[in-house]
Design a protein around this ligand. Structure first.
Ligand code: KIV
Ligand code: ZN
Length: 532
């Protein structure tokens, strides 16, 4: 059923406006200005290209007047993007507007985003302006910006704490001056879903020219309601949502783009609107941002967290194996995640264990499965989450806790910016010998893997390499997960250290040790050769 709020939806540049919500991404502006998330120009350009692949309608690339670097980043992005509207932020001041215009010169589609506080608190304490002055400043700025770009957006900063009558007056003047998007930001994350619905309904009724413009929401997450408030605004007629990847942004962040988009998609019959986002690019976008900023998302983060499509409880796993709809409301593939993962821990059941072992290439009969299951439960009951290599070890009758025969004694790496790297390792073997080897590689990780191959005589064809950060600051640990092919089989290992190269070396040694415990003779021959 059509939402009654959609009857009057504003129309603008194409016919399907009524049913489409524009996604305005501000990861590189509101997101990047938050502590811990700054990116250099190269990183911003890389992220902007990914956001274009994701299909965002408008990309706010920065605040050109804020710094020469911000200016250069906006200009670079403006020249690089092909379809996405590139937007630059500006205060309602001539200098800001002119900088934004210059930075956007090369953009195929450009927008200047003007903002000015409208709430009584901001008028008095931040701007020292009367209502009339605010009104006049906004109008003059919009008229100036209008001549420099394809579209002007006007934001009434702290709109949700502004008198609705005054907000409608400012917005009416903004429409008359040439703004085509009116943004009502919940700058301090104060509003609630019912309040924002009321405000958007009020504005759409009282702003003169409301049918010619797009209303936009921009919600912060101070009370944890940014996504709920954005969706409520959509249900009341907002046809642009401003949001960021992973919900990064000032203080507690902005509405998370991936959550807004997937809510609109999964609950499409409820909201009755669509976006142009290629949702399969959501996870890659989230991962890229994590890599560029070094800030991981929590495991339980909706849509893109490690646990978003992971099931450990036996009851849930059993349900999932029968029909995935029992415990999943969307497919991981729809957000760009390869597959659901049934995490093997103390809550897991036999059916999930059998399925996981089969996926790893083992097909135990019922008796063997019983035996593996008992040993698996004993380990899992000690609180461990079991990784694939632990399950493989159990299937092969090995002790997953076994360490050695190789141990890392020393590791040294050096690398040159843009050049090759070298690594030397010293390994001790349980039979009492030590071996040192060195190698060069494309980077320190590659070099250390080559040195370990040489020292142990075990060639590894790397098929997967992932590093995740655990914790923060100086105590942060790198968790390396490696998969490699050796002797026509896949082997996995993981290692943890505050040094990511060491974490990688430890993960590689887990693999080499597993190979050697399975086929020890080749390694013994190698050691004898090395000693001779
Ligand atoms: O939160 C806010 O009010 C803003 C404006 C600049 C739109 O980020
Ligand atoms: Zn903001």
């Amino acid at each position: 059923m059509k939402n009654p709020d959609q009857q009057n939806t504003p129309s603008s540049d194409d016919d399907v406006v009524a049913e489409r919500v524009r996604i305005f991404d501000t990861t590189l502006r509101d997101g990047e200005q938050a502590p811990g998330f700054s990116m250099d120009r190269r990183a911003k350009l890389r992220m902007a290209q990914q956001l274009e692949a994701l299909g965002v309608d408008i990309l706010e690339a920065g605040f050109p007047q804020a710094s020469p670097d911000d200016f250069a980043a906006v200009a670079e992005i403006a020249g690089a993007l092909k379809h996405t509207t590139v937007c630059a932020l500006a205060r309602c001041q001539d200098g800001d507007i002119d900088s934004a215009a210059r930075a956007l010169k090369a953009a195929r589609h450009s927008r200047i985003h003007l903002f000015l506080s409208t709430s009584p608190l901001h008028r008095e304490h931040k701007l020292g302006m009367s209502k009339a002055q605010v009104l006049d400043t906004a109008v003059r700025a919009i008229e100036r910006a209008r001549g420099f770009c394809d579209e002007v957006e006007f934001s009434a900063e702290d709109a949700l704490r502004t008198e609705p009558e005054f907000l409608a007056e400012v917005f009416s003047a903004a429409v008359a001056a040439g703004a085509s998007t009116l943004n009502a930001p919940d700058t301090v994350g104060y509003t609630t879903p019912t309040e924002i619905v009321e405000l958007f309904r009020y504005l759409r009724q009282h702003v003169r020219g409301a049918d010619k413009v797009i209303f936009s929401s921009h919600c912060h997450d101070d009370l944890g309601m940014a996504v709920a408030n954005s969706l409520a605004a959509v249900s009341a007629g907002a046809r642009q949502v401003e949001c960021t990847i992973n919900g990064i942004g000032e203080r507690a962040g902005n509405a998370a783009l991936e959550e807004v988009v997937m809510a609109l998609k999964v609950r499409a019959p409820h909201f009755g609107v669509d976006t142009r986002i290629d949702t399969r690019q959501l996870y890659p976008s989230s991962r890229l941002l994590t890599e560029l900023t070094g800030q991981a998302v929590p495991r339980n983060k909706a849509i893109v967290g490690a646990n978003a499509f992971a099931h450990e409880s036996g009851i849930h796993q059993h349900g999932m194996l029968k029909h995935r709809g029992t415990y999943e409301i969307m497919r991981p593939q729809d957000v760009g995640i390869a597959a659901t993962s049934l995490v093997m821990g103390k809550h897991s059941g036999r059916a999930a264990l059998r399925q996981r072992l089969q996926a790893l290439g083992h097909a135990p009969d019922d008796a063997a499965l019983d035996d593996i299951f008992i040993r698996f439960k004993t380990l899992a009951d000690h609180g461990r989450e079991l990784h694939d290599e632990d399950l493989e070890a159990l299937a092969l009758g090995h002790d997953p806790h076994a360490v050695g025969p190789w141990h890392l004694v020393q590791l040294h790496t050096s690398s040159h910016l843009g050049g090759s790297a070298s690594a030397s390792v010293r390994l001790a073997h349980d039979d009492g010998h030590e071996i040192g080897e060195a190698a060069i590689g494309d980077g320190p990780v590659d070099a250390v893997l080559r040195a370990i191959e040489r020292a142990t005589g075990t060639p590894l064809e790397l098929t997967r390499f992932q590093i995740d950060a655990m914790g923060e600051g100086g105590d942060a640990q790198g968790h390396a997960q490696l998969s490699a092919r050796h002797a026509a089989r896949d082997w996995r290992g993981h290692g943890t250290s505050t040094d990511i190269v060491e974490a990688t070396a430890l993960a590689a040694l887990v693999i080499v040790n597993r190979i050697e415990r399975t086929t020890p003779t080749a390694a013994v021959a190698h050691i004898k050769g090395a000693i001779a």
